[in-house]
Design a protein around this ligand. Sequence first.
Ligand code: ATP
Length: 258
Amino acid sequence: MSKNTLVIENLNKVFTTPNEQVIALKNVELTVEQGEFLTVIGPSGCGKSTLLKIIAGLDVDYTGKVELDNKAIYGPSLQKGFIFQEPRLFPWLTVEKNIAGDRSLKDPTIKQQVAELIKLVKLEGFEKAYPRELSGGMAQRVSIARALLRNPAILLLDEPFGALDAFTRSHMQEVLLNIWQTNKTTMIFVTHDLDEAVFLGQRVIIMNPRPGHIKSILPIDLSFPRKRSSLGFQEMRRAVLNEFEKVEEETYTIGAGI
Ligand SMILES: Nc1ncnc2c1ncn2[C@@H]1O[C@H](COP(=O)(O)OP(=O)(O)OP(=O)(O)O)[C@@H](O)[C@H]1O
């Protein structure tokens, strides 16, 4: 097992509301080696965000084993970065100050790291810009750079490009792949977009709701850079779609109470 391996065994999560108990995750088993790129898809409510939050340490009310580098995850830490759908920047801070966060740009090491990250996420020239001056894609690149400054072993991304137009989204996918190949950060990326899941993931995790669990894990045996128009990509896409349709069928059959 490599350093920073994520191990999840028999993970169960129940939400208790005044009216019912929702089994958000049931018996989730998953091992992720350092430097892997995983994508997670599944119908609404199958527990994708819940799983990500537990890995991030944002939710520690679960049963089962969730360990990073052989240590139980009991809260947020610098080892784990989290990217939300919306960038969540401080509007009163410039791009470089948003990236630096609580670290001082007067420290030459931090200044240098921030400059390198700005280059990595392709925001040179926007160091002094404020969030209101940025497009959605640029703002999301700032939040990715901010997470990377903490040098996390693992980056958890919850539909980070969901609000972007198709062109920006495709550009952001390329930027993220470049970051992944440069930094070797483990990526766990939740998406509703099957195409995105196949384009980015070395493995695609397909989840099923009621109760939320992993239905299947499909390896995407295609080298990078990938081409959507290639035969190999189309075949992998079809394989994932087949599996996904089975999940949808089951979901809607149960949902309809048939
Ligand atoms: N705080 C909460 N209290 C009660 N139930 C919750 C809570 N958060 C999530 N749930 C329930 O847990 C299940 C999983 O939710 P989760 O948000 O993880 O799904 P998801 O796959 O990320 O959905 P989506 O794709 O719509 O974002 C759902 O049935 C949801 O209603």
